[in-house]
Design a protein around this ligand. Sequence first.
Ligand SMILES: Cc1cc2nc3c(=O)[nH]c(=O)nc-3n(C[C@H](O)[C@H](O)[C@H](O)COP(=O)(O)OP(=O)(O)OC[C@H]3O[C@@H](n4cnc5c(N)ncnc54)[C@H](O)[C@@H]3O)c2cc1C
Length: 421
Amino acid sequence: MHISESRSYPCDIAIVGGGLAGLTAGLVIASQGDASVILIDRDIGSNQSMPLTFLDTVQQFGLEESIVARYHSFALRTRSGGQVLRRFDGTPLVVLDYRSACRQLYEHLRTYSTFAHLPLQARHLAREAVGWRVGLQDGGEVVSRLLIDASGIAHFSARQLGYALPPMYSHSYGQVFGDCNVPADQEGVALFLTGNPRHGNGGGWFYPLSARQASFGFAQLTNLSRFPALECRQGFERAVQEFHPYAEIMQASKREGAHLGSIPLGPVKRLACDGLMRVGDAAGQATPWACMGVEPALLNGQLCGQVAVRAFRRGDLSRSGLQDYEKMWFARNGAGYRKAVMLADLEWQRGEAAWDNTLNQLDRLSGPEMLNSLRYNTPAFSLPLIWGLLVYDRLGLIRRGLRNRLWVRWGSAQLRRDDGR
Ligand SMILES: Cc1cc2nc3c(=O)[nH]c(=O)nc-3n(C[C@H](O)[C@H](O)[C@H](O)COP(=O)(O)OP(=O)(O)OC[C@H]3O[C@@H](n4cnc5c(N)ncnc54)[C@H](O)[C@@H]3O)c2cc1C
C-alpha cells in the first residue's frame, strides 16, 4: 500500500502492536480480504522473551525456523527438591526466539499489497463519527474504520479510553547463561520451578538451550502493571546463588543476555467494542496460571483477524458485528479463566508445603495429561466450591485478624500490669 507524504494515513483497519497477536491478525486480514491494513509499531517483536510453547502451534503458524530448543520432557520442581517429571513422545515443547518469530510473520505480511507498516509509536486515540483517529509520535495520524489493539502490556486503547486493565501481572526476570555444564539428564527437559517467597511467588524456569547454554529466571506476581525491577532482580540473584542444583550448574557460567518483562493476566471484560478489538496481552489472554501467552496470542490473533474480515465484508464494524470474536473466546476460555482469576490470590500465596501436595496430585498424570494441564491450566473445581474456598479463606483472615487484635490488647494489659508492679 502507498503511504502518502501528508502524514495522514487513511486505511480500513489499523493494528497497534507488532507482536505475535497483531501480526497474526494482520496476516489473516491481508490474506483473506481486500481491506487495507496499517500496522503501527516502532519495534516489531520487541517483547524481550524466550518463551516455552507448544510445537504443534508453532508448526500450525509455520514458525519452526524460530525454534531455539526442543524438549521431550517437562518437569515441575520445588525448592525442597520434590519433582514430577513426564517424558512425552517426540518433542512437543519448544523454546522460541520471539523476535525471530515476529520477524518471520512480518516478512510474510509485507508481501501483501494491501499492507503497510508505520515504524512509529501510537500516542493518542480519538473516536470519529465512523472509526478512529490514531495520533502518532511524529505528529501524523492514522484514520481507520476498525482498530485492533495488540499493544501488549502497553494496553494502548484501555489507557486512552479509560477502560479497566487486567487484574494481575506476572513480572519475569531471567538470563541466558553460556559456558555452563547442563547435566546429560537435564538436557531436553523443560523445567518449571514452584514459587517461593525468597525467589519469586510466581515460580521460575530452567530451560537448557544446549549442553552448554540455559535460560533461567523467576517471576513475581502483583496486581500492578509496573515492573518491580528491584524485587525481580534480587529474587533472581538469590535464586542463582541458592536454587539447588541450578546454582551449581550456572556457577562459572557467562551471562549472555537478560529476558525480562510483564505478562498481563486475566481477560479484559470486553474484547470487542464499536470499531475496536483487543487481542493478545492487550486483552489479558495469556493463561492465568502457567502464564503462557504465545499460543493464545497466535490463536486469538487468528480468530480476531477472521472475525474482522467477516465484519468488514458485511460492512458492520459495530460491537454486534464484531461480537462473534468475544463470544467464541468466552465460550472456549471464559469459565476456566474466570475460575483461575478468582483463585489467583490463593494460588500464588499458597505455602511451599501446598506445592508438595500439588506434586503428589500431578504425579498421577500421564504424559499427555500433564501436557494438557500445562496448556489449559485452569482449576477443575466447580464455582460453588470456589466460592466456598474463598469464604473459608476470608473467614480465616477475619479469625487471624481478631486473634492478633486480642493478642495486642492482652499484651498491653499485661505490660500495664507489669509496669504497675
Ligand atoms: C520475560 C517474558 C517471558 C515470557 N515467557 C513466556 C513463556 O515461556 N511462554 C509463553 O507462552 N509466553 C511467555 N511470555 C508471554 C508472551 O511472550 C506474551 O504473552 C506474548 O508475546 C504476547 O504477544 P502480544 O502480541 O499480545 O504482545 P507483544 O508481543 O508484547 O506485542 C506488543 C507490541 O505492541 C507494541 N506497542 C506497544 N505500545 C505501542 C504503541 N503505543 N504504539 C505502537 N506499538 C506499540 C510493542 O512494541 C510490541 O511490539 C513471556 C513474556 C515475557 C515478557
